[in-house]
Design a protein around this ligand. Structure first.
Ligand code: NAP
Length: 299
């Protein structure tokens, strides 16, 4: 089994993922565009590299966890990118959420270098990344999935091989349709509860274990009523994912009316400069319609 892993991208998700890989006994080499974050992990035992290319030169498996499709293309295919340093039979595991179509193109470019790719986007948020309990949906060849499973198991719990290249990303977009609709329901429910004078903390407690319970309600509901909008998952990043959903909807003629509406609510948050907040800030758009603020009485 591979014991050396490279990881490119030390954001909200990448840092705890690197820590969990080290905890599981992997020798981890990290690269981050802003070098200070890599230095922090070096103090905890990680090796550091100056470029994505150097990460590939030193490791048979390279994980990317950066923001968007052009960023993944840049660290893998760009100047001093992973592709310039790859060993034959190396595996690139992209765990960012990006375009399924671009994923298939990157996999093709890597195959020309006799290297492999898995798309392995995740769900479970910052908390799941810290706890090592991420859900991971994986596209790519079955034998490469099996080879990389111990690495993925260091970061996640529910790890499913869903199909060929791009299918992991398509599953993640399905996940984001569920997230967006569910979060919208949480926000509307809290506005409804607030306006009718319910104790919001008690109301969440009362419903979260029943048929209406959800990750969004249990994790983001309490943040909303404390007016805590710090990001676990940023509005700008969910919008990036919903744009990919809209692209799939358009290309494949799949109407998604409710998801389109929630995408527009989030666009209004971008317009008011709230894009860097966590997705729970959606309540700010919904509560304006009722001219109230959702807030626990003693918060
Ligand atoms: P983040 O905190 O914004 O971190 C983004 C990371 O990507 C940073 O390390 C950033 O480097 C790096 N980066 C961005 N563009 C780059 C470029 N062009 N070249 C090199 N490095 C670049 O984002 P995150 O929350 O960790 O999310 C990472 C990915 O996971 C995204 O695709 C997101 O959709 C997905 N995801 C996030 C969550 C969540 O709850 N946060 C959950 C599931 C999936 P700098 O430090 O230099 O800016």
């Amino acid at each position: 089994m591979e014991k050396k892993v490279g990881l490119i991208g030390l954001g909200i998700m990448g840092i705890p993922m690197a820590r969990n890989l080290m905890k599981a006994g992997f020798e981890v080499t990290v690269y981050n565009r802003t070098a200070a974050k890599a230095e922090r992990l070096a103090a905890e035992g990680a090796k550091t590299a100056k470029t994505p290319r150097e990460v590939a030169e030193k490791n048979p498996v390279i994980i990317t966890m950066v923001s968007d499709t052009p960023d993944v293309e840049s660290v893998i295919l760009g100047e001093n990118g992973v592709i310039e340093g790859l060993h034959p039979d190396a595996v690139v595991i992209d765990m960012s959420t990006i375009s399924p179509r671009a994923t298939r193109q990157i996999a093709q470019r890597l195959a020309e270098k006799k290297a492999h790719m898995l798309d392995a986007p995740v769900s479970g948020g910052e908390g799941g990344a810290i706890a090592g309990t991420l859900s991971i949906m994986v596209g790519g060849a079955a034998d490469i999935f099996t080879r990389c499973l111990p690495i993925l198991q260091a970061m996640g719990k529910n790890i499913i091989h869903v199909g060929d290249h791009g299918m992991g990303q398509t599953t993640k977009l399905m996940n984001q349709i569920l997230v967006a609709g569910n979060l919208n329901a949480v926000c509307e429910a809290l506005v409804f509860a607030q306006k009718q004078g319910l104790d919001l903390e008690k109301a969440i407690e009362a419903v979260k274990g029943g048929a209406a319970g959800s990750w969004q309600l249990s994790n983001l509901g309490p943040k909303i009523i404390k007016r805590d909008f710090q990001p676990g998952f940023m509005v700008d990043l969910l919008q990036k994912d919903l744009r990919l959903v809209m692209e799939g909807s358009e290309l494949n003629k799949i109407p998604l009316p409710a998801t389109t509406l929630v995408h527009q609510w989030f666009t209004s948050l971008e317009a008011t400069g709230d894009g860097k907040y966590g997705t729970q800030a959606l309540v700010k758009a919904v509560e304006k319609l009722s001219n109230i603020e959702v807030k626990q009485k003693n918060a």
